[in-house]
Design a protein. Sequence first.
Length: 332
Amino acid sequence: MTNTILLIILGLAMIIIGANFLVEGSSRIASRFGISDIVIGMTIVAIGTSAPEMVVSFLGAMKGSVGLSVGNILGSNICNILLIIGLSSIIYPMTVSRINVNRDMQFMLLSTVVLFIISLDAQIETLTIDDQMTGNVISRTEGLVLLLFFLVFMFYSVASAKRHESLGKGSDANGEEEKPAVKKNFLISLVMFIGGLAVLIWGGNILVDNAATLARAKGVSDTLIGATIIAIGTSLPELAASVMAACRKKVGIAIGNVIGSNIFNVFLILGGCATVTPLPLASVNHVHFIFLLLATLLFLVSARTSFKIRRIEGLLLFALYILYIIVTISLA
């Protein structure tokens, strides 16, 4: 059992290290081909911070640990809002920009509501066909719908970023200053990208296999392991980045990091998993969906009220996360 826990920790460490190398390598390659920093940030870096959840969820779905896969996405999104935003705003009250509230948070709410409706649809279908497993799934069609939403979000975000970039160039846009990153050795960047991807997948395999082993040994569901231990572990990049940003009073990074990650987790990762293989929801308690919807609404209401997440609201979010963990364990 000790070996299993150590291997889970090793898998998490490999995932985080691999994701960092993957993001750095891909960013350098993109810079070398003249892709702007804003577009890199909206695509490669944003997807890269969700790489741990992506690897764990895809491998979990492919290996038949669907509870681990879905639980990881739900638990990560809940962790991102309640734990990460909660802790960050306790450290330093977080001002939310109007762009975050009027555009990005609307997409985040949309992703949560669509996922909640899909889960309800699955439950209703299950009741109407006498508890047959065929109804209690996120189907390939629904997965494709989620991916379509992701494409719309990416198109809108990149177009908006490019428009903002072109407006901000001003009079000094005529300089052809070459960034040092563009001149960095392409071979090293390629090795970082390939190596990071390999370590990420290898660590993901180790993590998924041993998490499933631990769940079976302890007699608990894959969903519990995925929504708690694995969700916190795969959210460590977002947690570290957001807490450090709050300590340095760079709150925009923390807010954007969480919003982008939550959108990607639902639309891209869960949508992609369901497209590859339908995801049965029989082992996933509806409490997880309810907590995610509640967390998203609280986050949005707090941001809309004063365009700031104050310490008292951070404490409320953090307390709600503790309650979520207690309820999740009690239902196991």
